[in-house]
Design a protein around this ligand. Sequence first.
Ligand code: SF4
Ligand code: SF4
Ligand code: FES
Length: 251
Amino acid sequence: MSDETAKTTEGMDAELIPIYVMGKRYDVPDSLTIMKALEYAGYRYIRGCGCRGGICGACGTVYRKPGDYHIRVGLACQTVVEPDMYLTQIPFFPAIRSSYNFEEISADATEVHKLYPELFRCVACNACTKVCPMDVQVMDYVAAIKQGDLKKANELSFDCIQCGLCTSRCMAEMAQYHIAQMVRRIHGSKITPRAEHLQTMVDNIAAGTFDEGIEKLKTMDEETMKDVYQNRQQEPHMSQEDWKPEDPSYL
Ligand code: SF4
Ligand code: SF4
Ligand code: FES
């Protein structure tokens, strides 16, 4: 390990540690994420980087640590570097995604089975669940889809960020995340009950219920508008479902 130090962008002293990127050594501050360490080492991201906040799934990274046989994975924007980490980023993993006309798809698991028959090649090895940086129970949602339980698959796969790492390890060579995305689309659009209060509000807007209030806002001077905004009654955090504002005129 290097005994040198460097200033981080926050001005803090950080120890320099060696990491290996596609086989080449770089000494980087030990406080950085893999993504920031790569930039510190001189790489410029033009792919494989999106939100930088652990949400978009663009920055899947594979690495090993010395004396450890495990292949480890993580999101480059979330995983902090470790000494002698040997890594590479896999910004894209080729995966099959079926085409379908969503209007013609029924709310039935057989639709998913027809488009993704590879589901039934799953050998329940659980490699997908182990590799998932979001701790999604991938094997379990695959099993739920096979069993026709779209509601369960929808819930189990909800935190998927489409990073593709599960596909990179799958013995059945399926793209679990594309399959689960189809399930969530079917569930969200064709199984979940419609939000009636939303439709009521849309109807009210169309009927002109809010026209007068909108006109008032449009002609308001800036200071009055700020005042109205700052003093508006807000729904409390975690309020009960039956909460209503004191002035219900715009409900
Ligand atoms: S289920 Fe697959 S694609 Fe989704 S977050 Fe987990 S590893 Fe990534
Ligand atoms: S990695 Fe593939 S074969 Fe293994 S459990 Fe997951 S879906 Fe099934
Ligand atoms: S850049 Fe979006 S998850 Fe890492």
